[in-house]
Design a protein around this ligand. Structure first.
Ligand code: 4NP
Length: 155
């Protein structure tokens, strides 16, 4: 079966997109679907390349029973639009940067919040500024769940 390849993207790749990557992978694993998904994350900036996740993200994942080990922050690479089926941005700045790099590809490159219009957010606020990792977790969990449902219902 063809694998779904998913890249979550934020600015620093230490707060939001690593949380989305690990939450989505956890949900996939809980659903017994690990064989058909390849999941990663990256930042548009590269400012934290080589670092681990932010302490707030680590803490929240652990609190939710999700193993956060094995992460290294990295930057979006040229060619990622060929490598991935879906590149999912956390906010409008991430989306604009991805569209600058790869062109507009609305079926491939979009915001996580596009999948959860009922939640009433048009982007995932940055906990680097807000300090609210609970909000991040709530949004990435809902968005990841919607993504998983969407991708598994078309198969
Ligand atoms: P993230 O949060 O994009 O969710 O990883 C940020 C992390 C670091 C910075 C900004 C946002 N920074 O300015 O270094």
């Amino acid at each position: 079966m063809k694998k779904h390849k998913i890249l979550f993207v934020c600015l620093g790749n230490i707060c939001r997109s690593p949380m989305a990557e690990y939450v989505f992978r956890h949900q996939v694993s809980q659903s017994g679907l690990s064989d058909i998904f390849i999941t990663s994350s990256a930042g548009t900036s590269g400012w934290h390349n080589g670092e681990n996740m932010h302490q707030g993200t680590l803490k929240k994942l652990k609190q939710q029973g999700i193993d956060p080990s094995g992460f290294t922050s990295s930057q979006v690479q040229p060619g990622d639009d060929d490598k991935y089926d879906y590149i999912i941005a956390m906010d409008n700045n991430n989306l604009a940067e991805l569209e600058r790099l790869f062109g507009k590809q609305p079926n491939k490159i979009f915001k996580l919040t596009d999948l959860i219009p009922e939640i009433g957010y048009t982007y995932v606020p940055d906990p680097w500024h807000t300090g609210d990792f609970d909000e991040t977790f709530r949004l990435v969990s809902a968005g990841s769940q919607a993504l998983l449902e969407q991708l598994t219902s078309v198969d």
